[in-house]
Design a protein around this ligand. Structure first.
Ligand code: NDP
Ligand code: GDR
Length: 349
């Protein structure tokens, strides 16, 4: 049985990846950072109490800023594969918290790589790199496009990207960068623009909310469906040799177009409900990201199925159902409505 360690298991991608790996028969270990409230809503449906069953999902407290803890976990678990997904992942927030973003999103990767190298853990390593690294480089962007980060988040991810390449070149570590373009789902954090829109469309249609405040509607993004993207991560670590891959749909919408598709799904005109709020603008914006994922298709056999307009519709449908407390079936989405807080996992010390 293969053993995987996932940092960021409580996030959108971590939850889908844990589902995928458990379905493939892996023993899965996830790092959860301690908080004063439960943060495991996205993975509760996967969890079984280890005191009462032979579970293959194990959760451990840990934080990217704590090297000794990362070392202890790697020594204890000895994973075959490490999927490093944890990060301060919000671009706008990174302008407010550049140091925390650098610590976590940038140096966090080096802490893991250095620990794996020093201890000599014989594992394969996946780095969650981002299309944000391309910044002002015009589309289409592929693995050869110049990096020009336009935010503290993107600068931190660019550092982590190069550190991952450096550990591969310097020490022969099987370390890869998945350069993923935006990917979304009903589990997307509520402050990212797609989920903010899908949730607002549903709530406005149900009379639970009046207005939606947004920033730049002209930004162009290549939005794909998160469950498909975690499959690409897994394929990268099964390849014969380590390499870096762009993962994207190759198609794009403006934020305004995503609004149109979302509100149309509930029979509303978005212009009647959306207002501008300059607090959502970024000091430097990334205008257009459209990925060329032909290398991933050629070498990994991966290709996106769900594109922007369909994604908008499935996210609004899921939010409508969630607001009505009435789950809908979604492609690849096996998660039932999250269990009550009393069922939240026991995290191992
Ligand atoms: P989320 O923001 O949903 O999840 C981030 C995860 O990181 C959460 O589990 C969070 O824990 C954890 N985390 C944050 N800080 C720390 C820390 N100091 N120590 C330990 N864990 C921490 O991100 P996504 O799932 O959307 O993305 C996964 C990764 O992929 C991220 O690195 C992101 O930057 C990158 N990425 C995402 C893309 C996307 O479109 N979704 C595209 C390209 C790259 P908690 O639950 O406690 O907050
Ligand atoms: P992004 O995603 O910055 O691309 O990073 P986000 O959804 O935050 O923004 C996308 C675009 O929408 C514009 N926008 C708004 N964004 C937010 N969050 N809130 C608003 O109210 C709003 N109004 C307009 C933004 O200006 C931007 O142009 C995501 C994250 O998941 C990163 O971690 C990941 O690396 C990249 O995608 C690829």
């Amino acid at each position: 049985m293969k053993r995987a360690l996932i940092t960021g298991i409580t996030g959108q991608d971590g939850s889908y990846l844990a589902e995928l790996l458990l379905a493939k028969g892996y023993e899965v270990h996830g790092v959860v950072r301690r908080a004063s409230t439960f943060t495991t809503a996205r993975i509760n449906h996967l969890y079984e109490d280890p005191r009462e069953s032979l579970t293959r999902l194990n959760l451990h407290y840990g934080d990217l800023t704590d090297s000794s803890r990362l070392a202890a976990l790697l020594l204890k678990i000895v994973p075959d594969e490490v999927y490093h997904l944890a990060a301060q992942s919000h671009v706008r927030v990174s302008f407010d918290e550049p140091l925390n973003t650098g610590e976590c999103t940038g140096l966090g990767t080096t802490r893991l790589l250095e620990t794996i190298h020093r201890i000599g853990v014989p594992c394969r390593f996946y780095q969650a790199s981002s299309s944000e690294m391309f910044g002002s480089t015009p589309p289409p962007q592929n693995e050869e496009s110049p990096l020009h980060p336009r935010s503290p988040y993107a600068a931190a991810k660019t550092y982590a990207y190069w550190m991952t390449r450096n550990y591969r070149e310097a020490y022969g570590l099987f370390a890869v960068n998945g350069i993923l373009f935006n990917h979304e789902s009903p589990r997307r954090g509520e402050t990212f623009v797609t989920r903010k829109i899908s949730r607002a469309a549903a709530r406005i249609a149900l009379g639970l909310q009046k207005r939606l405040y947004l920033g730049n509607l002209d930004a162009v993004r290549d939005w794909g469906y998160a469950p498909e993207y975690v499959e690409a991560m897994w394929r990268m670590l099964q390849a014969d040799r380590p390499d870096d891959y762009v993962v994207a749909t190759g198609t794009a919408l403006t934020v305004r177009e995503f609004l149109g598709h979302s509100f149309a799904h509930v029979g509303l005109d978005w212009q009647d409900h959306v207002e501008f709020d300059e607090r959502h603008l970024r000091p430097t914006e990334v205008n257009a990201l459209i990925g060329d994922a032909s290398k991933a298709e050629r070498e990994l056999g991966w290709r996106a199925q769900v594109h922007g307009a369909e994604l908008a519709r499935l996210m609004v449908a899921a939010d409508l159902a969630a607001e009505r407390d009435d789950p809908v079936a979604l492609p690849h989405d096996t998660a039932p409505t999250p269990r009550a807080a009393a069922d939240v996992p026991v995290v191992r010390r």
